[in-house]
Design a protein around this ligand. Structure first.
Ligand SMILES: NC(=O)c1ccc[n+]([C@@H]2O[C@H](COP(=O)([O-])OP(=O)(O)OC[C@H]3O[C@@H](n4cnc5c(N)ncnc54)[C@H](OP(=O)(O)O)[C@@H]3O)[C@@H](O)[C@H]2O)c1
Length: 319
């Protein structure tokens, strides 16, 4: 089969388009013919090999040589202990930890997969797992979003933000989105009530307050975020600089005690809410924003685009 393989941590130049052996499913796995796969921030971290990702995938060189977690495809074969799926089923899910999605075939355990609705394209399905789960778990599980609130999404033009705005609007909240100049028109067209260009304005210093902040890129001091929260407001981070996240862990109890404002963290529960996303999609309430699709041999170029953060929504590859 054809696949994108890497043997050394580094830049997208290390990604090779190669012919390799097709994987064989174990007894508790299914073999999927991959039709679409999307790029996540985590893939980019695993490619570059920062310290945390080296702990996960090998200190000196990558153990798992094919990246790609969010896949959609058709089941071609099932192991003898698989109960939920049969050959011919169209499925999608987040295979983080095993990865392998930038390839024509991948094997996965059945608990990582959900059936794809017939009306959802493979490209739409591949865009959903990680970004939409982070948005749902950030806004609903951790943020406890409520009608009438003022919400700000920081880093709103990427994967999490473009699902986040659509989920937030189901709750009747007023939403401000923060991102760079090139993404603001797209964000307004998606329903953001207000947009802020982070290259020109610092939302923590404009005198406004928000009941809920969902942050995709935590980069500031926790005191800055606390200032931008209304009384009893909640700040939820899904990711960002490690230094800032450690600071957040340390300061959260103090900020809660002194300012009555709350800092919460999303630890992704992969695939937990895929059935909820299926319901929203089938009801016409969620439309994934797709950048692409690109071909499998264009994956290195797609990673370059991702690195420059020029994408809008999710970068998707069709196989
Ligand atoms: N909590 C968990 O368990 C978990 C698991 C997986 C992933 N994650 C995290 O989830 C996040 C993935 O989010 P995503 O898929 O939405 O990423 P994405 O598609 O890359 O979008 C992030 C957006 O933030 C913008 N941005 C960058 N710097 C900014 C700043 N200072 N202020 C405002 N916006 C800024 C980027 O734009 P420009 O850079 O173009 O300006 C981009 O549009 C990552 O932080 C990742 O580490 C968390």
């Amino acid at each position: 089969m054809k696949a994108i393989v890497y043997h050394r941590y580094g830049t997208p130049d290390n990604l090779e388009f190669k012919e390799i052996d097709k994987p064989i499913p174990k007894e508790d796995e299914v073999l999927i013919k991959v039709h679409a796969v999307s790029i996540n921030d985590w893939d980019d971290g695993l490619l570059h090999g920062d310290f945390i990702n080296r702990l996960l995938n090998g200190l000196r060189k990558p153990k798992r040589k094919i990246l790609g977690s969010d896949i959609a495809g058709r089941i071609e074969a099932v192991g003898k202990n698989v109960k939920q799926f049969k050959p011919g089923d169209d499925v999608y899910g987040d295979l983080s930890g095993r990865w392998g999605g930038f390839a024509e075939y991948v094997c996965a355990k059945e608990n990582l997969l959900a059936l794809k609705p017939a009306t959802m394209s493979f490209e739409e399905a591949a865009s959903i797992p990680q970004a939409a789960m982070l948005a749902v778990q950030g806004l609903i599980d951790k943020g406890k979003i409520k009608q009438g609130q003022k919400l700000l999404i920081n880093g709103a033009g990427g994967g999490v933000g473009t699902f986040g705005i659509q989920i937030a609007k189901l709750y009747g909240v007023e939403v401000t989105g923060v991102d760079n100049t090139g993404k603001l028109d797209m964000m307004l067209s998606m329903g953001f009530d207000h947009v802020i260009d982070y290259t020109k304005e610092d939302f923590t210093k404009n005198g406004k307050c928000y009941d809920l902040i969902l942050d995709v890129k935590t980069k500031r001091s926790m005191f800055d975020y606390a200032r931008a929260l209304c009384r009893h407001g909640v700040y939820v981070t899904v990711g960002g600089s490690m230094g800032r996240l450690f600071q957040a862990l340390f300061l959260a109890p103090w900020i809660s005690m002194i300012y009555k404002k709350h800092i919460r963290f999303v630890a992704l529960k992969p695939n937990k809410d895929l059935n909820y996303m299926n319901e929203l999609f089938e009801a016409g309430k969620i439309i994934p924003v797709i950048d692409g699709p690109y071909r499998l041999d264009e994956v290195p170029e797609a990673f370059r685009l991702f690195g420059k953060a020029e994408h809008k929504g999710k970068i998707v590859i069709t196989i």
